[in-house]
Design a protein around this ligand. Structure first.
Ligand code: 5RP
Length: 222
């Protein structure tokens, strides 16, 4: 199966995790776009509405006339569905390739269940081959880059890219992510960091991996 077909298969499998008459958190990226298309076609009237993680996702939800609600106006979010740049079978992820990591982390953390949808190339034994995105406030960019270098990384500025929150992204290669929970905490401690793109302290509860004949279901959250 081609990677795009794998993404589509994983995204469609996520439909069964939607709860009727409830709010649904929706991530960002090409896999999620397959999910939104499937949602629009098959389940859009069964949800109360969507909580969007980015302007990009909001635009697509609007195109399909799917109602959107702000997280601030919601007290219970049963499910969040999102892709990842890398994920381990334990549910730790690297996210932020599309630059939406901060809102993704907030909504993912607010949700009771995080469902991660990926093609099989994203499933890795250890995180770290994909450069780690770190969102930083613009005036702290160089300082944070030096601190990330002290942690063993090689940061590079995603020049010309501004996040939906008005911030910059550093993409960091070479970090040892054998203990992602600890490294997520260490990066989050650096003043000026808004969000580290490691999602390990709150990882995925369910991972749907498209590939081969079937979609593989991993449940590290159990
Ligand atoms: C965006 C993300 C995406 O989930 C990640 O980049 C995966 O994208 P895609 O589904 O296009 O491969 O974290 O910030």
């Amino acid at each position: 199966m081609l990677p795009d077909k794998q993404k589509q298969a994983a995204a469609e499998a996520a439909l069964r995790y939607i709860e009727d008459d409830a709010w649904l958190g929706i991530g960002t990226g090409s896999t999620v776009e397959y999910f939104i298309e499937a949602l629009a076609e098959k389940r859009k009237n069964s949800i109360r509405g969507a909580v969007s993680s980015s302007e990009r996702t909001t635009a697509l939800l609007k195109k399909y006339h799917i109602g959107i609600e702000e997280l601030n106006n919601i007290d219970t979010l049963p499910v969040y569905i999102d892709g990842a740049d890398e994920v381990t079978e334990h549910g730790a992820m690297i996210k932020g390739g599309g630059g939406a990591l901060t809102r993704e982390k907030v909504i993912g953390q607010a949700a009771r269940k995080f469902v991660c949808v990926v093609d099989q190339s994203k499933l890795v034994p250890v995180l770290g081959e994909f450069p780690l995105p770190v969102e930083v406030i613009p005036m702290a960019r160089s300082f944070v880059a030096r601190e990330l270098t002290r942690l063993g990384g090689q940061p590079s500025w995603r020049a010309g890219f501004i996040t939906d929150n008005g911030n910059a992204i550093l993409d960091v290669r070479g970090l040892n992510l054998i203990n992602p929970v600890e490294t997520e905490g260490a990066i989050n401690q650096i003043p000026g960091v808004v969000t580290a793109g490691i999602f390990a302290q709150r990882g995925a509860d369910v991972i749907l991996v498209g590939g081969g004949e079937d979609v593989k279901i991993l449940t590290p959250g159990r």
